[in-house]
Design a protein around this ligand. Structure first.
Ligand code: GTQ
Ligand code: FE2
Length: 375
């Protein structure tokens, strides 16, 4: 697959032939001087860089990998006992580190994925950053995330948004701890040199614990947009409740039984969390989706440019990711690197949350998807 770099190898790498003529020796000396001058002039010639620079298809450093919820949760609990949350560290968040990106707190080259843990009555203080974020709740409740002063309940199955530059703080109002999934575009923003950060006030912006946030009250009515509100790049609907997600998936599979199209493929329902002002992705840089497979369904293998992280919400399945096979159950997380083939087999009915960086590739005209068996 890899393109041979034809000609132009560094003269140092060439064997010196005993039959070198004087003119060959002269040319070699001139080439040595040229390469030394490239370095002094701050130049690197393309012909020494061909491998990796422009691959025939994406060659991600990230690898397919699985993290089990049953292993993550006890570690998060121990952190809750031993590590305080407060100013400086800001959050008790433990990032999934891809083995192909050693030493980096990144699940993929673009996506930060962490388990965050807040003990009884604890508060994670206010800040804002240009990185976009969401929370997905696989289990538990009792924490409110205040986003620009709007108190948003976090409960099982909900997706909560923290768009770029919104102030946010998290408050556990119960006597029980809570753990959840954080997704952010931290590595992407770092690569783009676009990171800004500000601390917020030390006092909580609100101690309210409403059933529904102001964002939901204004924007959370299907097909009904408040008149006079402009489009926004990130969704102003700050919470997507499980009740609605579940109903949408249930309806798709029921309609399939009735012979009405609507599912992604046979036995495979899917919804995308969308921005009600544009119909596009809920967040500018990250796609967020929920899938439901009927027991026994095997999905068509898919390759997509860009990376994704999946978390099982409920049920059991087998995920084939590249050459790896993962047996997955509730809370388990796995990574699909760019252009790596993924397919799922549902052992039981299974619900999966998925997020990816696809909107970035689409915005840049770099999106590609291949469906079906490869070769
Ligand atoms: O909850 O504000 O996992 O700022 C990483 C950075 C969570 C947060 C993370 C953050 C947060
Ligand atoms: Fe944050």
């Amino acid at each position: 697959m890899s393109r041979a770099s034809s000609g132009g190898r560094r003269t140092h790498d060439l064997e010196v032939s005993v039959t070198d003529t004087t003119s060959e020796q002269t040319e070699r000396k001139l080439l040595d001087e040229l390469y030394a001058d490239f370095e002094d002039a701050g130049l690197i010639p393309l012909w020494t860089q061909v491998d990796g620079l422009m691959p025939m298809s994406p060659q991600s450093a990230a690898v397919p990998h699985l993290w089990r919820w049953a292993e993550l949760l006890p570690i998060a609990e121990r952190s809750g006992e031993l590590v305080p949350v407060g100013r400086g560290g800001e959050r008790r968040a433990m990032a999934l580190s891809n083995p192909g990106l050693p030493g980096l707190p990144y699940a993929t080259p673009t996506l930060w994925t962490a388990i965050q843990y807040l003990g009884p009555r604890e508060v994670a203080p206010s800040h804002r950053h240009s990185q976009g974020a969401f929370r997905f709740i696989v289990e538990g409740e009792g924490v409110w995330t205040n986003v620009d002063g709007d108190a948003v309940a976090m409960r099982r199955g909900d997706l909560l948004l923290t768009p770029s530059w919104a102030f946010h703080e998290h408050q556990n109002v119960t006597d029980r701890p809570m753990a959840w999934l954080d997704g952010l575009d931290i590595p992407l923003v770092s690569k783009l040199d676009a990171g800004f950060f500000e601390f917020g006030p030390d006092e909580l912006s609100t101690r309210e614990t409403p059933e529904r946030s102001r964002g939901e009250r204004l924007w959370g009515h299907p097909g009904l947009r408040p008149i006079g509100r402009p489009d926004q790049p990130n969704s102003p609907l700050n919470a997507y409740r499980w009740e609605h997600t579940d109903a949408a998936l249930t309806a798709q599979l029921e309609l399939e039984q009735e012979g009405v199209p609507g599912v992604l493929e046979p036995g495979h329902a899917g919804v995308r969390f969308s921005n009600p002002t544009t119909g596009r992705d809920a967040l500018v840089t990250m796609r967020t989706e929920m899938r439901r497979l009927r027991a026994g369904t095997r999905t068509t293998p898919v390759r997509t440019v860009g990376s994704a992280v999946w978390q099982v919400f409920e049920g059991e399945a087998v995920a084939q990711v590249g050459d790896k096979v993962f047996e997955i159950a509730k809370g388990d997380l796995f990574v699909v690197p760019s252009w790596c083939e993924v397919s799922l087999s549902a052992r039981t009915e299974v619900d999966l949350f998925r997020f990816s960086d696809e909107p970035v590739y689409e915005a840049l005209g770099l999106a590609r998807t291949f469906r079906g068996e490869h070769k």
